[in-house]
Design a protein around this ligand. Structure first.
Ligand code: ZN
Length: 307
């Protein structure tokens, strides 16, 4: 049932859009919750990407984030968490609210997570992710649909969902992009990887000081925008094709289905999709692992990752 908080949030703007020259700048704009992603944020993001695609003056897209962190992941605990609300679907999956059992989460995530990310990966214009602070779990999904990732020196990447018994997020490009031994370490330990280390493995293109991040991204975007647009589209298509031939799409399908076996198992065993690990429990476990808070409730509200 929708609550009064839902009504208040009905018109909330979670994503901002602007153009500067040939570049569309799309901003995650929930900094009070570490840009935790609820379903309305994702649909607004999709609308912004569509706007950028349809504007012929836009040659390049930048995906950035307001505040201290890029994204703490999917929303598992803020007051505007909205899994219980109807949502406009993008693909042809049924309404998750009309389904029960494992099917409800499966159809929801086929559309809102795997489906949207694939759609964004296929956008025929180059996209640059501009990452500062935390980029956790669902945050990695958004960064990884972009062609290039530029990170500030304070950025870190983390996919800690093994703690929930889940083998990676729904669009799990980092398990494919990282060298296998490093991916195993990243996933088994679920610890943060700093931007410099991520750049060493090619998961990040460039690392720049925090106060230079936006200027550096703007400069790259302007340079890319000089190229002929259709040439860029075909080059991007070529790269997507190469990655798919290397097994990216098939691997992500396999991971997605294991992810849903884990959700179903958790439901059977604990009655909860993520084994009862709420945002506060994840933040506590993070502190225990790293000995420091980094992103905690003060930074992210309750917006630590959902699997
Ligand atoms: Zn999931």
């Amino acid at each position: 049932m929708p609550t009064s908080a839902d009504q208040d949030a009905g018109n909330a703007q979670y994503v901002e859009y602007e153009t500067r020259g040939s570049t569309a700048w799309i901003w995650l704009a929930r900094p009070q919750y570490g840009n935790a992603q609820n379903y309305r944020l994702l649909n607004q993001l999709d609308a912004c990407f569509r706007r950028a695609v349809e504007d012929d003056a836009v040659k390049v897209i930048v995906l950035g984030a307001r505040g201290k962190h890029f994204s703490a992941g999917h929303d598992i605990g803020t007051p505007e968490k909205d899994r219980h609300l109807p949502r406009e679907r993008v693909l042809l999956w049924p309404d998750h609210l009309s389904r029960d059992g494992a099917e409800a989460q499966y159809v929801l995530e086929q559309d809102a997570y795997l489906g949207l990310c694939r759609r964004w990966q296929d956008i025929p214009k180059p996209a640059i992710a501009m990452v500062q602070g935390a980029c956790i779990a669902g945050g990695l999904m958004l960064a990884n649909v972009c062609d290039i990732i530029v990170a500030s020196d304070d950025a870190f990447f983390q996919d800690p969902v093994v703690r929930m018994g889940v083998p990676g997020v729904e669009y799990c490009a980092h398990m494919i992009d990282l060298p296998p031994k490093i991916a195993r370490e990243f996933m088994y330990l679920g610890l943060r990887m700093g931007a410099e280390r991520a750049a060493g493995f090619g998961m990040v293109n460039r690392v720049v000081p925090r106060d230079r991040l936006e200027a550096e991204v703007a400069a790259i975007a302007e340079q890319v925008a000089q190229q002929p647009p259709f040439g860029l589209t075909l080059t991007k298509q070529a790269m997507n094709f190469i990655e798919d031939q290397r097994g990216k799409r098939a691997s992500m399908d396999a991971i997605f289905h294991m992810h849903h076996l884990a959700h179903a198992h958790n439901q059977v065993v604990s009655g909860n999709l993520v084994a009862g690990l709420d945002a506060k429990a994840m933040a506590r476990a993070n502190k225990a692992d790293t000995g420091k808070a980094g992103i905690d409730e003060a930074d992210a509200g309750d917006g630590t990752p959902q699997a």
